[in-house]
Design a protein around this ligand. Sequence first.
Ligand SMILES: *[C@@H]1O[C@H](CO)[C@@H](O)[C@H](O)[C@H]1NC(C)=O
Ligand SMILES: *[C@@H]1O[C@H](CO)[C@@H](O)[C@H](O)[C@H]1NC(C)=O
Ligand SMILES: *[C@@H]1O[C@H](CO)[C@@H](O)[C@H](O)[C@H]1NC(C)=O
Ligand SMILES: *[C@@H]1O[C@H](CO)[C@@H](O)[C@H](O)[C@H]1NC(C)=O
Length: 792
Amino acid sequence: MLPRATVGVLFFLGIVPSMAQESRGHISVVLLGATGDLAKKYLWQGLFQLYLDEVSNGHTFTFHGGAQAELERGRKLMYDHLKDLACPLDVLPNRCAVMKDQFLRLTDYRQLKTEEDYATLNQEIQTLLVQEGLEEAGRIFYFSVPPFAYAEIARHINSSCRPPSGAWLRVVLEKPFGHDLHSAQQLADELKTFFQEEEMYRVDHYLGKQAVAHILPFRDQNRKHLDPIWNRHHVERVEIVLKETVDVKNRTSFYEEYGAIRDVLQNHLTEVLMFLTMELPANVSNSEDVLRSKLQTFASLQDLEKNSAVLGQYEAYNSHVREELQKGQDYFSRTPTFAGVLVHLDSLRWEGVPFILTSGKVLDERVGYVRVVFKNQAYCTQHEATWDPEGSQCKPKQLIFYIGHGELNSPAVLVSRNLFKPTMPGSSWKELLDRPQERLFGQRLSDYHVYVPVAERDAYAILISRIYHGKKESFITTENLLASWQFWTPLLTTWANEVPRVYPGGQENGHLLDFEIAGGEVSFVVKETLEVMDARDRQTPDKYKTIQSRFRQSHLITAWSEELVTRLASDIETVAMSAIRRSGEFHMALSGGSSPLALFKQLALHHYGFPWRHTHLWLVDERCVPLSDPESNFGNLYEHLIRHVRVPYFNVHPMPVHLNRRLCVEEDKGPELYANEIGALVANASFDLVLLGVGTDGHTASLFPHSPVGLEGNQEVVFTESPIKPHQRMTFALPLINKAKRVWVLAMGKGKHDIVTVVSRAGNEPKKWPISGVNPTSGQIAWYVDYEALLG
Ligand SMILES: *[C@@H]1O[C@H](CO)[C@@H](O)[C@H](O)[C@H]1NC(C)=O
Ligand SMILES: *[C@@H]1O[C@H](CO)[C@@H](O)[C@H](O)[C@H]1NC(C)=O
Ligand SMILES: *[C@@H]1O[C@H](CO)[C@@H](O)[C@H](O)[C@H]1NC(C)=O
Ligand SMILES: *[C@@H]1O[C@H](CO)[C@@H](O)[C@H](O)[C@H]1NC(C)=O
């Protein structure tokens, strides 16, 4: 059966273009989930706006609401929503009433469940086109349904409701798009079997918020002002914030699986970050260029570490979860409802600039904004009272994209007057001058150029218009989505079993959720209020410290791992200072593996006084891979230490595993070359410090049990074979290690407990346990072993 109001009405309403005006074809819009919440709140209104905006531009439209409900019931539910459609302020009431009437006549409801339902819809669209003598321009399917329903609907559309060739198909998808990298990839793979990439429009409604949607155009239109200052030399920090006052009551079945990071940071705030930081393409209206540039920016995000985030959970959350998910009183959720994350980018433009992404529920106010704070590089000699009101160079300099709510209660763009007067498109933004005394971020509004939209538009209305215009840069491509999950998933994994800080909610939060940046990490300003600690953990350390201060008749330093690494780093600095006082230089050889990474980080971030200028860095061992390979020990040393400190280029000595464009070939004589270099630079080939690790099989450096070379003899550097990949290695031999003035062995983690126990009792048996052969001839050895490795 054909929809009630459609046939003939296009002519009847006079909205089929007259013969004189060329028709650009017909567009069918299908809203799936037409009776749902999102449709009711935003989508129908957005479609009505589309109709108002575009009907006179040559296209004709029909709108089809689809849902699971059978015809009568569904129709009633849907028309209940439709009768509430509002008229935009910029449309005259009379015209709006006429347009609304037309819109309703062009709209029908249909049950869309089975393959046949979709085939019928397809048939009816075609019949209509024939009757009205129209060409088909395209079809939009808006999926306002839960993701588990995607695949089936996608299959039906693909097999029974695709437009004929020549007309386009656009399917619009709503988040969540997966839960982590793996699930996002699965969902993407599935959708890919039904739709082409260019047919899919994944909505992040934040990209339709007026202030967010204006970031790129603003950067483009103000290149002249921004080009010189949009970089690490001028930007002090950037805050990207979405605060909410509501809780998640009635939504815990969704929220418990997601939490603040997945719900807001992974998508909305990350997208905003990209718009702010990406290199601006020459033409910001070119979707492909924008999307390409965005992907490049994803690639420059620095990996997040555990201490890149602080997480919180509002106090009543657990009771909401227990109630709604029928959990017992002993159920404690670890889902964060608040997150503050520090992001850094590895790019010449942004290196070192902190980007703070924050969002939470049950906070003191509802507000969203991006705040770019510029460094203040002027000093004003005159007294503050005489500072130029039009913008003294000493007043704060800020650029704010105010997304909504909060004190301004409107989207806005604010630029400190002492920065520049921005170019804004007069047709869509106007200057706000009537509230000069109000304050925002420490300044009066009169200190800013303030612009607000001429007409406020809902995000969905904006995005629906962009779907219609095929502007893909406002949507999330598959590559974009996966890049974002790739960035966030490791942090989510790291935090999965940690307990977030509990906060009471609202004003009562006080300073509990304030956090600060130090050494590339974030932590709460108010340190832990409630310490949950095992009493046993508190008592044993001291006891063992006194009992076992020697290990294999040598010096033992033991502590919890973090403390141990801190101690080791400061001991290294002490030794470096004294070596340099004595001989003018410090030669240190470092091992690969995962344990030293924490040490490198500690040295890079907390030892500003370290005498890097006079320090030489050598490698104890190396894997036979190119130095840029993620498996390369040198690569890791570079990544975690060298590139953060001021060690002279010529003091860095990677092992020559890659010679003559091949890896570790005997004839290339890599070991001899390295031994010669050591001989030439290190007096008596005696290092000031050799730092070793120990493997669970007793190996140290890349000297493995029963190695035919390196455990004795007079070779100093040798090739060896590892039982694990990559097998080929180059390594210091034991005799070279034993010439050192100091050899320190670092062992951390439960996994090392067994070998530490074995080694504590073993004699000198290097064939069996190479580590037991480390006995400096005239130097000293010390053991840095954490409690977990020592005590298990
Ligand atoms: C999509 O539809 C086409 C044409 O009907 C069909 O050949 C193809 O197998 C469908 N794809 C899937 C994954 O069902
Ligand atoms: C939660 O659901 C209950 C029952 O459906 C309803 O009465 C209440 O208003 C809802 N609360 C919120 C915050 O939506
Ligand atoms: C920018 O790109 C858009 C979309 O591809 C195109 O229509 C427009 O002509 C381009 N502008 C310039 C100046 O190249
Ligand atoms: C090198 O060895 C010689 C002889 O063993 C010794 O006298 C000298 O002090 C050593 N030099 C250094 C810098 O260790």
